[in-house]
Design a binder for this molecule. Sequence first.
Ligand SMILES: Cc1cc2nc3c(=O)[nH]c(=O)nc-3n(C[C@H](O)[C@H](O)[C@H](O)COP(=O)(O)OP(=O)(O)OC[C@H]3O[C@@H](n4cnc5c(N)ncnc54)[C@H](O)[C@@H]3O)c2cc1C
Length: 394
Amino acid sequence: MTAVRNVLISGASIAGPALAHWLGHHGIRAVLVEKAPARRTGGYAIDLRGKAIDVAERMGVLEGVRAAATGIEHVSTVDARGRIRARFGTGLVAPEDRSLEILRGDLVGLLHDAAPGAEFRYGDTITELRQRDDGVVASFQGAQAEGFDLVVGADGLHSNTRALAFGPEPPFRRFLGAHVSIATVGDHLGLGDEVRLFNRPGRLAALYRTHRAEGAKALLLHRRPTESDIDRRPPAEQRRHLRDVFDGMGWETDRILSDMEGSPDFYFDSVTQIDMDAWHRGRVVLLGDAGYCPSPMSGQGTSLALVGAYVLADELARHDAVEPALAAYERRMRPFVAANQAIAAPGLAFLAPRTAFGIAARDGMLKAGPLLAFLGRFDTKLAKASEAIALDAR
Ligand SMILES: Cc1cc2nc3c(=O)[nH]c(=O)nc-3n(C[C@H](O)[C@H](O)[C@H](O)COP(=O)(O)OP(=O)(O)OC[C@H]3O[C@@H](n4cnc5c(N)ncnc54)[C@H](O)[C@@H]3O)c2cc1C
């Protein structure tokens, strides 16, 4: 049925291997080119929610995800001396059977293993894409040019495929007014499997620990009304910037800043969404963060990537021409993406309230959370957005 037999995927993190699994399922060959020298391990905690749980189940990886779950069940907000202000269960945000948290590296491993027929090429990248009526010729940094029926950009927020096929990133960026940083640091508090959040107006310092990884992960989030180029600067400058913003903030912040100096997995970026009128051009199509990054504030990027992979492969298998398949993928995914991008702003407001009053109000609401949840009054926007697509819809 399908016109597509041979697909090149740029990026082998979440979206890429998930798509490779489904292409293999439909009898379509997948080649993945990944710029990292090897399969990525470690990383921060990410979530699978709602329909992404169903996709994981259909892929046969759900049991593996459950077995590798972080085990984090509680989040506490603390004051400058580390005393708990509010404590709530993660089940308050989304129903426990529809939400799982796992380290990114653990999920990447499971997804790679679920695509045994795919060819993974590490340490390489696409340098040019030449579209023809019947396919795309891709040139690579480290290999001969090769022709494919379709090229899929699953190469993340700063997608190389998007730049090659659609042009530079700026017109597609929607800056949400914050910067985020994450790194592995020492667990000086002796945390259990838990998250602690400490706020000052417009700033968040968070620490979490899971038995799945050494040390603790520290997250620093701060609001910034206008975009700057700090996210494209060298890590040393980004660390200096964080010192300017967070020095002396209180709680564990100074220790976090000092540990971040030597952290090998230091990550810094702006909180940005990708907003595009079209996710495909000719025989190049975008998937996951590359096409519709909802930002870490939504907590739904992983779920969009997994569901997107399922829907894209499904439409390719159902159509005997490429254009209608890609158009159908977009039609099915658009409302789901919109619903999940819409929860990022409330997510940022929750994590980094702008004022002291906002912080106190949030903590008050969290204290009342179990009662509100019991009364069915707790805000369930996230849970609703995670379910807002019918996987078998036509
Ligand atoms: C700090 C932080 C916290 C987050 N928290 C959550 C959360 O709680 N819940 C959640 O669901 N999501 C969260 N996310 C988002 C989540 O990580 C992404 O949405 C998800 O990983 C998207 O998957 P992807 O495969 O589309 O892209 P990515 O995971 O970004 O993968 C892109 C891949 O492409 C590769 N690549 C890049 N450029 C090239 C190139 N030129 N050539 C070849 N390969 C290339 C990269 O090496 C990478 O392997 C968070 C993200 C961050 C940064």
